[in-house]
Design a protein around this ligand. Structure first.
Ligand SMILES: [Zn+2]
Length: 238
């Protein structure tokens, strides 16, 4: 069966000058070229929910999963039109306690406040045909919090997003990709169907659905890296 690259993006925008973590930014033009290349190679870009039958091994096909972490407003402005142009779907993982706010968890470290989608913008993302998954309530490192906080961050983020948006939230993304057995159990117990990490690699049907690896698509990569990441074991060796 085909390996399934689960692509991980953060901001789809030009990187502001002087920002150290250029890896977090993919320009709109580059994102559009990457989606065009997926199409050209015969891949369909799918959200996590749409990809579940493939990840479970119930369905076969050439697919790539498109995920965007944190819920930045630039995803709505710059990624949504491109995704729609190619008939692709994608999952945006939202920090439920920071809707309409900014990246409080790393703004200081980055020296940069980045706008997160508010409730109206999240609804636009949904009506545009895209998915919203949960990314905790406050973006802590889950292995470092006590049991009660863990439940609150995991089950609470699902509840908060479902109440706010009136949708079912079935996908989770561990903040910083940090998760051990206790965190995976909590996510499963909260009723999620899948969860992604930041461990490098392409997913394969039959893998643990609560410990899925991803492919970091960084703005700092040379353009030829993207096809290597999708088509070859480039990511799998690490
Ligand atoms: Zn995050």
């Amino acid at each position: 069966m085909n390996p399934i690259p689960i692509l991980m993006y953060h901001n789809i925008a030009a990187a502001p000058k002087g920002v150290g973590l250029r890896g977090l930014y993919v320009s709109p033009l580059r994102f559009a070229r990457q989606m065009a290349l997926l199409r050209l190679l015969g891949y369909r870009g799918l959200s996590m929910s749409h990809a579940m039958p493939y990840l479970r091994g119930e369905q076969e096909g050439k697919i790539a999963v498109i995920t965007l972490d944190d819920g930045y407003r630039d995803n709505l402005e710059n990624a949504l039109p491109v995704l729609q142009r190619y008939g692709f779907t994608a999952t945006c993982y939202v920090v439920s306690g920071a809707v309409g706010a900014h990246n409080h968890w790393d703004a200081e470290q980055l020296g940069l406040r980045k706008a997160l989608m508010d409730a109206g913008e999240l609804r636009e993302w949904l009506t545009g045909g895209m998915e919203i998954g949960a990314h905790s309530r406050y973006h802590p490192r889950l292995p470092e919090v006590d049991a009660r906080t863990l439940e609150d961050e995991v089950a609470g983020s699902r509840q908060e997003l479902e109440d706010l948006l009136g949708i079912a939230v079935t996908q989770f993304c561990y903040p910083y990709g940090a998760a051990g057995g206790r965190e995976r159990d909590a996510v499963q117990r909260a009723g999620f169907q899948g969860a992604v990490t930041v461990r490098r690699g392409r997913a394969r049907p039959g893998m643990d659905l609560f410990d899925l690896p991803r492919v970091l698509v960084g703005g700092h990569h040379a353009p030829h890296v993207f096809p290597l990441q999708i088509l070859t074991p480039h990511e799998d060796r690490h």
